[in-house]
Every structure is written in structure tokens, then in C-alpha cells.
Design a protein around this ligand. Structure first.
Ligand SMILES: [Ca+2]
Ligand SMILES: [Ca+2]
Length: 171
């Protein structure tokens, strides 16, 4: 069986202009078939920060919003959770995506600092450039350009990112 080609595709680790706790993460299925996510989880280090459910169609996106579904107010979340309570530290986290069997599908090791993205005043997300280049490669990530954005935050401001949409820096 070919490994699933689901990747961590975008990380809004700083939150939004509406609230620093309004973090969100996007997954992307770069494979040619639907991926079932039941039993999968996102980790910070060895700690589960959210369990996943449902599925992602081939070429589809999966939006995880922290706190509640109004983090990206005009786009429905696929999953909502507390991200382990303390959320994503602005100083960096080591993120990984693991299957129900505990197999690591993708890893974004940023415990020493995020590869891209900005805190206030822009709150630009960290976008992956290519799904076929490892998430552990720092040069495979860039801050949202601001030229292509989707969604609004809880206060109606444009989100500086592309939740549930192709990344602005995507090849
Ligand atoms: Ca939402
Ligand atoms: Ca995106």
C-alpha cells in the first residue's frame, strides 16, 4: 500500500489580528485517492494536540481551527479543538502528523523556531511551498505573501493566509 500523501500544509501559529489564540492549521491531501483520517492525530513533540476524524478528498484541504469555528469566521472548520490548551508557542513547536497506527506521515520540526510566518501586526501564516518536498526542509516554507488570502477572522478582518485554499506561495 502506498503511504498516504497528507501533509501539514499551513500553520497560523500566531493566530489572527482578531486574537492571538485564534490559531489554525491546514492539511492537504496531495495523493490521488481520498484519505481517511479517523484515529490520526497532530502532535506537539510527543503530545497529541488534536485528534482527527473524517476524510480529505484527493487534492483537498482540511481546516483545523483552535478554540471555535469563528477563528476563520466565514469558512467551516473540519475540526475544532484547544490545541492542547496552551496552543502553539510563538517561539516554535515540533509538529507531526501521525496515523492511527502511530506512523509519522509528516513532520515539521520547528521547536527551535518557526520556518516562516509572523506575529503581529500582520499575523501572516507559514505556508508550505511544495507537498512533495519534506516538511522538515526550512526552505520549503514561506510567509503568506499577502497577495493571495482567503477567509476572515472573528472580527471580519481578512486572514493573512489561505485557509482551505491553495497556498499563496505554492508551486
Ligand atoms: Ca470557521
Ligand atoms: Ca492554504
Amino acid at each position: 500500500l502506498a503511504p498516504a500523501l497528507v501533509v501539514i500544509n499551513e500553520v497560523a501559529w500566531a493566530g489572527t489580528a482578531s486574537g492571538a489564540a485564534d490559531e489554525w492549521i491546514e492539511l492537504y491531501n496531495a495523493g490521488e485517492s481520498e484519505a481517511a483520517l479517523d484515529g490520526w492525530a497532530l502532535y506537539e513533540g510527543e503530545t497529541v494536540i488534536i485528534t482527527l476524524s473524517g476524510s480529505i478528498p484527493a487534492g483537498g484541504y482540511y481546516l483545523i481551527e483552535r478554540t471555535d469555528d469563528t477563528t476563520v469566521s466565514d469558512i467551516p472548520a473540519d475540526r475544532v479543538g484547544a490545541f492542547g490548551g496552551s496552543g502553539l508557542a510563538n517561539t516554535g513547536e515540533s509538529l507531526s502528523l501521525r496515523t492511527s497506527g502511530g506512523v509519522t506521515i509528516d513532520a515539521v520540526p520547528c521547536s527551535g523556531g518557526w520556518f516562516a510566518g509572523t506575529a503581529g501586526p500582520d499575523y501572516a501564516s507559514m505556508e508550505r511551498i511544495s507537498a512533495s518536498v519534506p516538511g522538515s526542509e526550512p526552505s520549503n516554507w514561506a510567509s503568506n505573501s499577502g497577495l493571495i488570502t482567503t477567509g476572515e477572522d472573528a472580527a471580519g478582518n481578512p486572514v493573512r493566509g489561505t485557509p482551505r485554499f491553495q497556498n499563496s506561495v505554492s508551486e
